[in-house]
Write a protein that binds this ligand. Structure first.
Ligand code: SF4
Length: 586
């Protein structure tokens, strides 16, 4: 079975001279295998296409995909029209359980959820796009989903959704936090959520005047407060620190005792702690997605990291994601890039930060961890010379490139234009192989920045930061909106960039797995958010993780594959590891 997909946003027949049509062997023999449709974009006939792939190679904008799928697949659950994305399978919400969906961005997770919520009537691949519930129910007869879909077909399912992109909330709601939350208080649980998520101090603030972390916590509280038959939360972790992530996970687990919850999450430590089962979603982003049957959470995550699904007999990635069970040992000797003295910075009586003396080495990636509001950004400003410390002084000025935590996409320029402006070596093979390709930017080079999704915007912001000529690169939460695959690639890009440029890279992030993959050493912040902060280190990975996790009161064990998993508090292993001081690595 073959599908042809045309990415309409990337198809520009006027700019390319319709090379797909010129070189298609079927068109050359007189068939109308590829034509230009009424909207000026290519249309490929899946019946006539023989799957040679020439058009895919010839298209300069990567606008075409021809994919052969396993014969045993039924009709798609939904297809976005002729030559559109195709989704196969659906996740199964279960009463009293948290069901996770684990997969790349653009693989159909949101489409699946829209179907489960009744916002999208699936068309079972009908090319006319028409939907017929009888046909859909026939396809699902005898499956666990039949009863659920029957309710959806009668519009008797009430969903509560937490959207992926929370920055849209201020565009659709203009009141205060309190007004928004009160309007969602249908279960009488709002006070509990306000207390647990520490929202008391911002209740009177206008929604348009909040940070990403505050908006994220409000979006979670609003979703959980509603009375619904089915709860769906699309990424709860962006902009939340590890404490807030764990609180959100605890509240969702409480809710799941009585309601079905479906969650999409790319922070695997949190997904592992939160979900009972996971559906792995694999395929090719924006082309097709296949959602597997539910798997136990440990097995599902391990199979996903391995890139191989034994039950389906599918290898969907040619490498496995692995974790080091012992603290990273680097035998390279690194020169000191910047030494910073003991420093102190106070903002009136409101906030004070103290920093122990340390150094950043040329060629290393330094992980920086700690709660939000504890001085991480202030530290970056002190290094950059944007702020002066009250005590202590940097010994030399260093050029710093900074990617902020919140990335704005308000330019109508194309991605390529912006990157060419930022980097004179855009056409060099180094830039193409080390930045453009691993960050998968080729397909979006012609897109305007204000049309990008959150994940695309994040990758562009990372590329823009790395394009600058600097001694030290600081990336604040580069994992936000990136899927697991993209996080793994990001780790490689940053490590190679640090070594290749003999530069220092600081990564501020709250995803423990990413910090583990990416860092050579760690700088740890602790204190009271918004009041005091202290920075310690840089430590080697073992001491850094121990210091950080001891503060959090969390220990990790390893499963058979070596993947770290959060221990249940006060479990035998938790107590044993605490006693030995082994919070993460043996
Ligand atoms: Fe033509 Fe199909 Fe070959 Fe593309 S893959 S060139 S549409 S025959």
């Amino acid at each position: 079975m073959r599908i042809a997909v045309v990415h309409r946003d990337r198809c520009h027949p006027i700019k390319c001279g319709t090379e797909c049509i010129l070189y298609c062997p079927r068109v050359r023999t007189g068939d109308e295998t590829i034509v230009i449709g009424e909207d000026g974009k290519a249309v490929i006939s899946e019946e006539l296409c023989v799957g040679c792939g020439i058009c895919v190679k010839k298209c300069p904008f990567e606008a075409l995909d021809i994919v052969t799928l396993p014969e045993e697949l039924d009709n798609p659950t939904h297809r976005y029209g002729t030559n559109g994305f195709a989704l196969y399978g659906l996740p199964i919400p279960v009463e009293g359980k948290v069901t996770g969906i684990l997969g790349a961005n653009g693989i159909g997770k949101s489409t699946a959820v829209k179907i489960l919520c009744g916002q999208l009537v699936p068309n079972v691949g009908n090319p006319s796009g028409e939907s017929d519930w009888d046909e859909i129910l026939k396809q699902y007869t005898g499956t666990e989903l039949y009863d659920y879909l029957q309710q959806v077909s009668k519009s008797s399912v009430k969903p509560a959704l937490k959207p992926q992109y929370i920055d849209y909330i201020p565009k659709v709601f203009k009141g205060t936090v309190s007004e928004l939350l009160t309007s969602t208080d249908e279960r009488g649980m709002l006070d509990h959520y306000i207390r647990e998520l520490r929202l008391e101090s911002i209740l009177d603030r206008p929604i348009g005047n909040l940070s990403g972390g505050e908006l994220q916590r409000i979006a979670i509280a609003a979703c959980l407060s509603r009375e619904a038959d089915f709860y769906f939360l699309d990424e709860i972790t962006p902009f939340l620190d590890i404490y807030q992530r764990m609180t959100a996970a605890k509240l969702i687990r409480e809710l799941a005792e009585t309601h079905p919850v479906v969650i999409v999450e790319h922070d695997l430590a949190i997904l592992d702690m939160l979900a009972d089962t996971v559906h792995v979603a694999y395929g090719k982003p924006s082309v097709f997605g296949i959602i597997t049957r539910p798997k136990g959470v440990r097995i599902g995550i391990n199979q996903y990291l391995e890139g191989f699904l034994p039950e389906e007999n599918v290898r969907f990635r040619d490498y496995a994601v692995t974790f080091e069970t012992r603290a990273h040992m680097r035998d390279v000797v690194r020169q000191t890039l910047i030494a910073f003295p003991e420093m102190e910075k106070k903002y009136g009586d409101i906030f004070s930060l103290t920093i122990a003396a340390g150094e950043i080495r040329a060629g290393e990636v330094l992980g920086l961890v700690g709660a939000n509001g504890i001085g991480k950004s202030t530290f970056a400003k002190l290094l950059a010379g944007v702020e002066k410390p009250d005590h202590g002084e940097m010994d030399k000025e260093v050029k710093i490139a900074y990617k902020p935590q919140y990335v704005k996409g308000d330019s109508s320029m194309s991605v390529e234009f912006l990157l060419r402006q930022a980097c004179r070596t855009f056409d060099s093979s180094y830039y193409q192989h080390e930045i453009i390709e691993p960050l998968s930017l080729n397909p979006i080079l012609q897109s305007s920045v204000d049309q990008l999704s959150g994940g695309e915007l994040q990758r562009v912001a990372i590329a823009l930061c790395l394009s600058q000529d600097a001694d030290l690169y600081i990336l604040d939460e580069p994992s936000a909106h990136l899927d697991v695959e993209q996080r793994v690639k990001l780790a490689r890009v940053l490590r190679r960039h640090a070594e290749g440029k003999e530069a220092g890279i600081i990564v501020i992030d709250h995803d423990i797995y990413l910090i583990d993959m990416i860092s050579e050493r760690m700088l740890v912040f602790d204190g009271t958010p918004g009041v005091t902060g202290s920075a310690y280190g840089p430590y080697d990975m073992k001491d850094g993780m121990n210091h950080f996790l001891k503060e959090l009161e969390i220990t990790f064990r390893r499963d058979k594959s070596g993947r770290p998993r959060i221990n249940k508090p006060e479990s035998y292993l938790d107590r044993e590891q605490r006693a030995k001081g082994e919070y993460y690595y043996a």
